[in-house]
Design a protein around this ligand. Structure first.
Ligand code: GLU
Length: 511
């Protein structure tokens, strides 16, 4: 296929991958898969000051957890490697030299102090056509001076030479064509001799070109860099093979006021990271969707709809459905509000639609956490128990609270339910109920229900009081699934034992 789609997700390993970064990765992946293209993972680690150990592993683990597959990358290999920028120094050096030789860039020696002084002297100082003539660089110094400074080991940077008053056109698939005057772009630093590394801008453009990237799909925060990137493609002589830009809408705080930040999660009580992150320096722990009990499918579905819509009211999408339905035409320019409650709702939907036996397997470790040996129960038992309560949960972690009575008999009884349902004569009624249940041979739900309800009616007992007192002894409180479904699963002997224990332990509240 001609011009095969090649996209890249290019995170910098400066900390845990933010949920907005995950969405960028997801959209890249959806677009690649939809077009039978290639998804590249490139690690942009040229800013050695901001490097954080563990961040690269975190990125890999998060993408893997979410099912965002990578075709070419550090782990996967590929024909365009290395895929880590710190291993591509020779390549960047070549292009720094090319730009200098072609007069598209120049060497600058200004120290941070000199730059600061200029900023104080000139309002809104920017290093550009207007000011570069006042600075210490290879345009103002002679060749001999420049060579002497370099030979003396003076630190320098290489800056792009931006021609002022040029029209720069940035073509974006979501935003259309935007024209910017080159005079607003400054002579950005492309390379620093101090660490012999390019800056983000140069490395990013060189790699996108050499890796034959066809579409640069990234967050809106990179839109201001796009004019510079276009000029850099021109300067390098690659204008004709420039990739298509796609800048995705920002993720906004839940109230829509400003960009979603790492601190919003801590402040508002929801994760903004896919996986839990342990900061190697501060030791701080930031919560993650995985550890909070989210299913990866739910997170993917939730994120896909933050900035894109299918054009109809379908909300539930599997990854395969997303791959088919996704399009940039239906991405919004406006920022997307981060509606965390909606995220919870997706998780709930995925859990209730999950097969009960799969859910049971997810629940088993929770049983262990609560000191229950899961092997005491058959898979069928656990499966039926979770099946009965799953409509009430948003997380796997909610199952225990709703289902614990299937695994341990209550030792405490809800005081408000005792007050309402346990009267002076309740123990006597419960003793009679035990006799009725003893007489039931077939404890299946419908049969037990018919017999017990028949007995209540025939004896003109109060339906609500009897059934709730019965439930109180078995469950410990007056809520839960259908009582006779519970009784069928727990079984006759255990039900009788629980009613007996209730009679012994529940004392009516005397007012
Ligand atoms: N390394 C940049 C980041 O951390 C990549 C931006 C881009 O995709 O061009 O997001």
């Amino acid at each position: 296929m001609e011009n095969k789609v090649r996209v890249r997700f290019a995170p910098s390993p400066t900390g845990p991958l933010h949920i907005g970064g995950v969405r960028t990765a997801l959209y890249n992946y959806l677009f690649a898969r939809q077009n039978g293209g290639t998804m590249i993972l490139r690690i942009e680690d040229t800013d050695s000051n901001r490097f954080v150990p563990g961040a690269e592993d975190y990125i890999n683990e998060a993408l893997q957890w979410l099912g965002i597959g990578i075709d070419e990358g550090v782990r996967e290999g590929g024909n365009y490697g290395p895929y880590k920028q710190s291993e591509r120094r020779d390549i960047y050096r070549r292009y720094v030299k090319q730009l200098l030789d072609d007069g598209k860039a120049y060497i600058a020696f200004d120290t941070p102090e000199e730059l600061d002084a200029k900023r104080k002297e000139i309002a809104n100082f920017q290093y550009d056509a207007k000011t570069r003539g006042m600075m210490r660089n290879s345009l103002t110094l002679s060749k001999e001076e420049v060579d002497a400074l370099i030979a003396a080991g003076e630190k320098y940077v290489v800056r792009i030479l931006i021609e002022p008053n040029q029209e720069v056109k940035v073509n974006d698939l979501i935003r259309g064509e935007v024209t910017v005057n080159s005079s607003v772009v400054d002579d950005k630093v492309l390379y620093k001799s101090a660490d012999d590394l390019p800056t983000y801008h140069l490395a990013n453009i060189v790699d996108d070109h050499l890796m034959e990237v066809t579409h640069v799909i990234r967050g809106e925060e990179w839109l201001p860099s796009a004019p510079l990137h276009v000029l850099l493609y021109e300067a390098l002589g690659w204008k004709d093979s420039m990739p298509q830009f796609v800048h995705l809408p920002l993720l906004l705080k839940p109230d829509g006021k400003g960009k979603l930040s790492k601190r919003d999660g801590d402040r508002l009580g929801f994760p903004v990271f896919p996986l839990e992150w342990h900061d190697p320096v501060s030791g701080d722990i930031s919560s993650g969707y995985r550890e909070r009990g989210y299913l990866p499918e739910a997170v993917v579905n939730f994120l896909a709809l933050l900035g894109w819509n299918p054009g109809n009211d379908q909300e539930m999408f599997s990854m395969d459905e997303l791959i088919k339905a996704f399009s940039f035409e239906h991405c919004s320019k406006k920022g997307a509000k981060f509606d965390f409650e909606k995220g919870k709702w997706f998780n709930h939907e995925y859990l209730i639609n999950m097969d009960d036996d799969k859910l049971a397997q997810l629940f088993k470790p929770e049983l262990a956490k609560h000191g229950i040996d899961a092997s005491q129960f058959t898979d069928e038992y656990i499966t039926r128990a979770v099946g009965m309560i799953k409509s009430r949960i948003s997380f796997v972690g909610d199952i225990w609270d709703n289902a614990k009575f299937f695994f341990v008999a209550p030792t405490e009884y809800a005081p408000k339910d005792i007050k309402k349902r346990w009267k002076e004569d309740t123990p006597e009624t419960m003793r009679r109920l035990i006799e009725v249940i003893k007489g039931i041979d077939d404890m299946t739900s419908a049969n037990a229900e018919e017999i017990v309800l028949g007995w209540i009616k025939d004896n003109e007992l109060h339906m609500g009081n009897v059934m709730n007192a019965f439930r109180l002894t078995v469950v410990g409180e007056c809520k839960g699934p259908h009582m006779f479904d519970i009784a069928e699963l727990i079984g006759k002997d255990e039900i009788i034992a629980r009613i007996e224990r209730g009679i012994e332990n529940i004392k009516p509240v005397v007012e």
